[in-house]
Write a protein that binds this ligand. Structure first.
Ligand SMILES: O=C1O[C@H](COP(=O)(O)O)[C@@H](O)[C@H](O)[C@H]1O
Length: 271
C-alpha cells in the first residue's frame, strides 16, 4: 500500500520479502536514472537492519542488470571502530552487498577509523568536498551542499537516523558543516560516530527511510504522522528529514507502520 502524505510517500508492505523487493526495485530505478543523467550513481548507506534488507541487490536480476561500475558508495554514518568489527556499518555493507557485486574498490569511500571522531569527520567532509569538485557527487541547486543521488537511512527505536540522536547539538549544524561527530550516542553500545548533518541529508535528490518491526512503531509515528506535533510530542531526528527539492520515501512493514496507520484512520474519521 502506498500513501502520499505531507511527510513524503509512505509504502507499507505485507512482508519483509515484499519490502526487500520494492526497495531493491526503487534503488535500481534511481541508479538507472542517475547513470542516464550524469553517467554515475552516488549513494550513501547507513547501518542497522537496512543493510540486510538491501542484500537482495546481490541476487538476480539486480546483480546482472545494475551498472555496478558506475556506483560510488559513501556512508551517511559509521562508528569509529575497526572495519573488521561486527558493529561497523562498513563491515555490514561489505558482508551483505559490496563483496558480492562488482563495485570498483576505489569507488568505495569508507571513513578513517584510525583517528579521533573529530578528525575522521573532518577528513570525511574533505573527501566529500573533493567528490563534489570532481562531480562524482552533484551540488545542490539551492545551496553549496552535496546533492547525493540517494541516501538510505533507517529509523532507530529512539527516532534517530544516521548518527543524529535526539537532543544532540549535531541536529543544529548549518549548511557549512557537512559531516559531524558524536562521542556520546544514546544507542548502546555507545560508540564514537561520524554522521552526515541534516543539511546534507536534506539536500539529496532521493531519501529512503526504512523501518521494520513493532519496536519502531512509536518512532515512525512520531516521525511521520500529521498529529505527532505540538508541545507534548518529542521532535525525533527522523521528523527533521525534509528534502529541500528531493523526494522522500518511507519503506515500512506492517508492524512498524501500525501506529501511523492507526493515526491516519482516526484522523480520517474526524474529517
Ligand atoms: O546505530 C545505528 O542505528 C540505525 C538503526 O539501526 P537498528 O539497529 O535500529 O536497525 C542505523 O540506521 C544507523 O545508521 C546506525 O548507525
Amino acid at each position: 500500500m502506498a500513501l502520499h502524505l505531507e511527510r513524503g510517500e509512505v509504502r507499507i508492505h505485507e512482508s519483509l520479502e515484499e519490502l526487500k523487493t520494492d526497495l531493491a526495485d526503487y534503488i535500481a530505478e534511481i541508479s538507472e536514472a542517475s547513470v542516464k543523467k550524469r553517467g554515475l550513481f552516488a549513494i550513501a548507506l547507513s547501518g542497522g537492519s537496512l543493510i540486510s534488507l538491501i542484500s537482495k541487490l546481490s541476487e538476480t536480476p539486480y546483480s546482472k542488470t545494475m551498472e555496478w561500475s558506475k556506483w560510488y558508495i559513501f556512508w551517511a554514518d559509521d562508528r569509529l571502530m575497526a572495519k573488521s568489527h561486527a558493529d561497523s556499518n562498513y563491515r555490514l555493507a561489505k558482508d551483505c552487498l559490496l563483496s558480492k557485486v562488482p563495485i570498483i574498490p576505489s569507488h568505495v569511500h569508507s571513513i578513517n577509523d584510525t583517528v579521533s571522531a573529530e578528525e575522521a569527520a573532518g577528513e570525511y567532509e574533505f573527501l566529500i568536498r573533493q567528490s563534489v569538485k570532481n562531480r562524482i557527487v552533484s551540488v545542490s541547486e539551492t545551496s553549496d551542499c552535496p546533492n547525493f543521488d540517494l541516501i538510505l537511512l533507517e529509523v532507530g527505536v529512539d527516532g534517530h537516523v544516521a548518527s543524529l540522536f535526539p537532543n544532540q547539538s549535531a541536529l543544529e549544524e548549518r549548511e557549512e558543516e557537512w559531516v559531524t561527530f558524536t562521542t556520546d550516542s544514546s544507542k548502546k553500545p555507545s560508540h564514537e560516530r561520524i554522521t552526515f548533518t541534516l543539511p546534507v541529508i536534506n539536500s539529496a535528490s532521493n531519501i529512503a527511510v526504512v523501518a521494520t518491526g513493532d519496536s519502531k512503531a512509536e518512532a515512525v509515528h512520531l516521525a511521520a504522522a500529521a498529529d505527532s506535533t505540538g508541545p507534548e510530542c518529542p521532535v525525533v531526528p527522523a521528523r527533521m528529514i525534509h528534502p529541500v527539492k528531493g523526494k522522500l520515501v518511507w519503506f515500512l512493514d506492517k508492524p512498524a507502520a501500525s501506529k501511523l496507520e492507526a493515526s491516519l484512520m482516526s484522523n480520517s474519521y474526524k474529517l
